[in-house]
Write a protein that binds this ligand. Sequence first.
Ligand code: UD1
Ligand code: CA
Length: 464
Amino acid sequence: MSRAAVVLAAGKGTRFRSDRAKVLHTVAGRSMLRWVLEALRPLELDRVVVVVGHQADAVRAEAEAAGMDGLTFAQQDTQRGTGHAVRCAVDQGALDGMDSVVVLPGDVPLLEPEPLRRLLDDSSGAAATILSFEVDDPAGYGRLVRDRAGQVNRIVEHADADAHERAIREVNSAIYAFDAKALIGELQSLAVDNEQGEEYLTDVIAPLVPRGVGAVVAPAEIVAGVNDRVQLADAGAVLRRRVLDDLMRSGVTVVDPSATYVEAGVSVDVDVVLQPGTHLEGATSVAAGAEIGPYARVKDTTVGEGAVISYSVVTGAQIGPEATVGPYSHLRPGTRLERGAKAGEFVGMKNAVIGEGAKVPHLSYIGDADIGPGANIGAATVTVNYDGFSKHRTVVGPGARVGSDTMLVAPITIGAEAYTGAGSVITTDVPDGALAVERTEQRIIEGYAERKRARNAKPPEDRG
Ligand code: UD1
Ligand code: CA
């Protein structure tokens, strides 16, 4: 038995009012198309055909990014309906040699493998099996018309339904399993004499009834499609909650799931605590016992065991075990905090390695720098890394003590255990163990305040 899926992803999605194809819109960190492909992945189908049309190149690239076995494409240049879309795939040979076919839309991000498995199990021997669901307000959906015995006779689209049919609350999810030969045969004779002037895929159902048509009812919250941005947001809430439920069951504490945003694909180990306002995005992993938030955005970052990040933005960084970040810091790509290192409050870092136990506690910018283990960087220190043409590196040796408000004009090296005086602009290398001070001698001007007061008390014309 060779099995294929055909994912319909050629439409524009008019109700999104977007320049981007509907299936490319993202929800909970993945495009809708990607969510659908991920639901198909565990079924290990022999072939997955994505029908592309609107913004074909971008949709194709997004599908390819999923890295799925058996992925192929079919082109539908003009969108003449769901039946026409499948016919394009057939005419382009996409279903050659396949025995059974799952057809589904690209806009069902809530889909899970389970109802698809049930659909495939139930479909053996039938020409068509429809995944249906029940809704209170069926407006817009195709209705399943059953006879007195409960046998599905046909699907009628909302636009073509009469008042009696419109009252039916069992609707078509647009997810089906077909016997490939039966489907291909019926696609050749689809009429367009309907309200929308389209080739409806749903029109293959009625003529297939003599060869066996069934339906499997699935939960609406899994198979319902997304047609506008209101439904997209609703789907996002469901998907995020699924991700968080999995994490909580695997040993992660989520203090307030309604205010925690973890994208699919992020990995979080046991005994991590996620405080409200935490966003974990992209290729991020968080090791055991770390605490993130309140209010942190962490993207494409590895966080080590027991590290703490609060009220901060961290992107493309490596945060070592027991390291601490924030509150109120911004760590940009290429930042690496080694074990126990600290980026305290109001610290900006970029392309910088902060050695084991080294500390940058307050109000500093550290860019293009290597800070040695155990070094301490005084408040308001700045690596002056840019001369207007190129970036230069700052190296601070192990155990060095950089005084507050030091400007480290790169390229520069501060030796091991060396010191800089507060307020210095350091432009030449400092040897190991030395002190570098750059500031004028302090002067004391006695009685200054009193003389100033006396001068200001005279009328303006007498002021000297
Ligand atoms: C379709 C079903 C309807 C079902 C509903 C569930 C038909 C005729 N109707 O209606 O019974 O209740 O889904 O949401 O099938 N597409 C193409 N090429 C086209 C047209 C559509 O690739 O020419 C793709 C779209 O990109 C989309 C999917 O097919 O991913 C569904 O199309 P859409 O227009 O949303 O169908 P509905 O009107 O919602
Ligand atoms: Ca100064």
